[in-house]
Design a protein around this ligand. Structure first.
Ligand code: NAD
Length: 258
């Protein structure tokens, strides 16, 4: 029970990783605020956690690209559970924008994807940092991606660039918040089939041979599971990782290692 009585905000809590992270935290006694724009999935995930009987789950509809909505969500977390100890900046994705060549990328597609994957992490970190500094305690984990390390074989440039920015943001904020007892790290997963969106990308855009060629580039010869990413995220949120800050942990079967 590493997180008994703590409060965690998991953005993108209606999605595949968000569900895995929130369930794993709640199973170890953590109260979780699931923040997402998808109300149905959000409420389903929160209900499943509340039925399981560990930490409590609260579903909050929140667009992480809106500073006002994010401030209100963070305040609601503190009001409901008494503190905001853990923030997992997980909301993200490539929003179905086309994987255009750089000379064709639309400005609007650029803004939308960068706002979701990068500005969202900034706004949520800004909202949580005040509470964490006051408490002298905090754990922040940002979701980057293997594409930030290697370029996007399947994903568009906007997504790759935003996930790269998340790595620099993590390093900077770790330096700034370290003196307040706050650890800030990132996890960069390889491809994990978390649901329909990822399955479409993996099965829809690649032939069987292309999929095999991709797997052949992974030393462990397979895709990861949500559980394997969740184990890494929870480790960084735990006291076992108390002296680790500013790092990006690559969780990808060995396809890229820093
Ligand atoms: N699955 C993978 O292979 C993989 C690999 C590397 C990184 N990641 C990153 O992990 C994170 C989660 O990915 P996933 O696979 O669970 O995807 P997912 O699509 O299942 O979950 C993403 C969630 O973010 C929510 N969301 C979208 N826009 C939002 C907004 N403006 N405000 C709040 N929530 C919003 C969506 O509704 C969805 O529930 C993302 O940041 C993704 O980029 C995923």
């Amino acid at each position: 029970m590493r997180f008994q009585g703590r409060c965690a905000v998991v953005t993108g809590g209606g999605g595949g990783f968000g569900k895995a992270f929130a369930e794993a935290l709640a199973a170890e006694g953590c109260n979780v605020v699931l923040a997402d724009v998808n109300q149905d999935r959000l409420e389903q995930n929160a209900a499943a956690i509340n039925q399981a009987g560990g930490g409590k789950a609260l579903a909050v509809v929140c667009d992480v690209t809106s500073g006002e909505a994010v401030q209100a969500m963070a305040a609601q977390a503190v009001e409901s559970f008494g503190s905001l100890d853990i923030l997992i900046n997980n909301a993200g994705g490539s929003m179905g924008v086309p994987r255009d060549t750089i000379d064709q990328v639309k400005e609007d597609d650029w803004d939308r994807v960068v706002d979701l994957n990068f500005k969202g992490a900034f706004l949520c970190t800004r909202a949580a940092a005040g509470y964490m500094k006051k408490a002298g305690y905090g754990k922040i984990v940002n979701l980057s991606s293997i594409t930030a390390r290697m370029g996007g074989q399947l994903t568009p440039v906007q997504y790759v660039s935003a996930k790269g920015a998340v790595i620099s943001f993590t390093r900077h904020v770790a330096q700034e918040l370290g003196p307040f007892g706050i650890n800030v790290n990132a996890v960069a997963p390889g491809i994990v089939l978390t649901g329909e969106r990822l399955e479409k990308m993996w099965y829809g855009r690649k032939s069987e041979q292309q999929r095999q060629d991709y797997l052949d580039q992974i030393p462990l010869r397979r895709l990861g599971t949500p559980r394997e990413i969740s184990d890494a995220v929870l480790y960084l949120c735990s006291d076992q990782a108390s002296f680790i800050t500013g790092v990006t942990l690559d969780v990808n079967g060995g396809m890229f290692s820093a």
